[in-house]
Write a protein that binds this ligand. Structure first.
Ligand SMILES: Cc1cc2nc3c(=O)[nH]c(=O)nc-3n(C[C@H](O)[C@H](O)[C@H](O)COP(=O)(O)OP(=O)(O)OC[C@H]3O[C@@H](n4cnc5c(N)ncnc54)[C@H](O)[C@@H]3O)c2cc1C
Length: 430
């Protein structure tokens, strides 16, 4: 890997910028990575190198922080920091994200070069393994007891408590991102747990409104007691939705596995009849989704479209990536044309590009839909879309019941495990 720090000779941020880069490399497991300083002394030289301000970090010819239309310049470049301030150093987080994206690209390229079908086969196997693990109580107890798992989980889980979550939301707000808050927990087994979960959602809605932050939450029916009793679950939901209505908040009902799709859509419809700002989720891997989308368009219920995160049998769900993506594109087009403010929930750059192009070709204004992504995933893409004027809502989970959520994130991208584990080991590469 070739890493260059491009600087104008008088850049006052050179030392600090280099220090952040070295620290970020080291934290990501690249302790011995050389960093070359490249001094750029006039505008012609800057134009030749494509320098859009000093300092600029470039890895293998690609700028770590895209310049997004800044002019060619030798002037100082300021970067938005995670705490909302501006400084002349590239944030360590941005560097970390870039390195992670490189890892993923390399892994994808490797998989694509493997024998046809083998990459996908392995991905499916590892996905099935993690989703199986997500349902094992014994593994949950074990991993929650391991000292280092918390550090790994922190990437995807904003905080353990509400206060911490609010802090994260303020940081997102400073970068122009929106959010929906998820309180971790699912498949509860007692009335007390379900009622407590509903209480926590009500308290979270109150806290968001009280703090002047957008009140938008996502919840799961299995957390509200669906596995205990349908009517009991509905009563808990009604309490949450009633408070949301009082506050003018939005409630999204997440979609769980296919055994509860009908029930979830049914409860979403009932809640929507009482209060307009209740939405639901459609998974493009389910074969039934086309019909569901048509019905939800007729009812003008807001839909979040995602690929789907559970292990589903072939009878009900497409199994190949190509089919799931094709279905996503089809459903997305239907929702963008006629749905009520759809949420395009994916990190898949081809589908994001497809959405943008489709909207442009059909005169659909960017205010008529939004993108949604998960906390901790493709922050670079989130910020780039915001900079381009799109609405991006981040799904922000908080709480201590992170195990199944975390396992689903690993199932989506097992390279995550390798990346984080590698950063814990002494480096062997430069
Ligand atoms: C806001 C939001 C809400 C969701 N709600 C639900 C729901 O209610 N029910 C449900 O079943 N599923 C839900 N999901 C999960 C969804 O179904 C997918 O499992 C998940 O989004 C991964 O698919 P993808 O569209 O990003 O595409 P993929 O093809 O899986 O990934 C595309 C690229 O995104 C990046 N990426 C994706 N996932 C990860 C990850 N975990 N870690 C690191 N990088 C990653 C990688 O760069 C990858 O190449 C939700 C997803 C989002 C974004």
């Amino acid at each position: 890997m070739r890493a260059e720090l491009l600087l104008s000779p008088r850049c006052p941020h050179a030392e600090a910028a280099e220090e952040v880069v070295r620290r970020a490399f080291s934290d990501a497991g690249f302790q011995r990575q050389p960093l070359e300083r490249v001094y750029v002394d006039d505008l012609d030289h800057a134009a030749g190198l494509g320098l859009h301000g000093s300092p600029t970090l470039r890895i293998d010819g690609r700028d770590v922080a895209p310049h997004d239309g800044l002019p060619i310049s030798l002037d100082c470049r300021m970067y938005a920091q995670p705490d909302g301030t501006q400084a002349g150093v590239i944030p360590a987080e941005t560097i970390f994200e870039h390195l992670r994206a490189r890892e993923q690209e390399a892994a994808e390229l490797k998989a694509a070069r493997a024998r046809p079908g083998l990459g996908e086969l392995l991905a499916r196997l590892s996905r099935a393994l993690f989703l199986w693990a997500s349902r094992r109580d014994s593994l949950e107890r074990l991993s929650m007891a391991l000292p280092f798992t918390r550090a790994l989980v922190r990437r995807f889980v904003a905080a353990e408590d509400l206060e911490g979550a609010l802090e994260v939301l303020r940081r997102l707000e400073a970068t122009g991102l929106r959010w929906t808050v998820d309180i971790l927990g699912e498949s509860v087994t007692s009335n007390e747990m379900a009622e407590a979960a509903a209480d926590r959602y009500i308290a979270t809605l109150d806290a968001l409104a009280g703090a002047g932050l957008e009140a938008n939450v996502s919840l799961k029916l299995s957390q509200m007691g669906l596995g205990i009793d349908h009517d009991f679950c509905q009563r808990n939901m009604r309490r949450v939705v009633r408070r949301a209505a009082e506050l003018g908040a939005f409630v999204r009902i997440d979609m769980e596995d296919h055994t509860v799709t009908d029930i979830t859509l049914g409860i979403a419809r009932e809640m929507h009849a009482d209060y307009h700002d209740v939405g639901v989720v459609i998974q493009s891997y389910l074969r039934r989704s086309e019909a569901d989308v048509e019905q939800l368009i007729r009812e003008q219920i807001r839909v979040r479209l995602c690929k789907g995160a559970y292990d589903e049998p072939v009878e009900v769900a497409f199994q190949s990536r190509a089919e799931v993506d094709e279905s996503f594109a089809r459903l997305m087009e239907r929702l963008m044309r006629d749905g009520r403010y759809p949420a395009i929930a994916t990190h898949d750059h081809r589908l994001i590009e497809h959405a943008i192009e489709f909207a442009q070709q059909h005169g659909i204004d960017p205010t008529r839909y939004e993108f949604q992504m998960l906390y901790g995933v493709r922050r670079d893409v989130q910020e780039r879309l915001v900079a381009q004027g799109y609405t991006v809502r981040v799904y922000v989970p908080y709480g201590t019941e992170w195990y199944p959520y975390y396992m689903r994130r690993l199932a989506e991208r097992p390279a995550n495990v390798l990346f984080v584990l590698r950063s814990l080991l002494p480096a062997r590469r430069g």
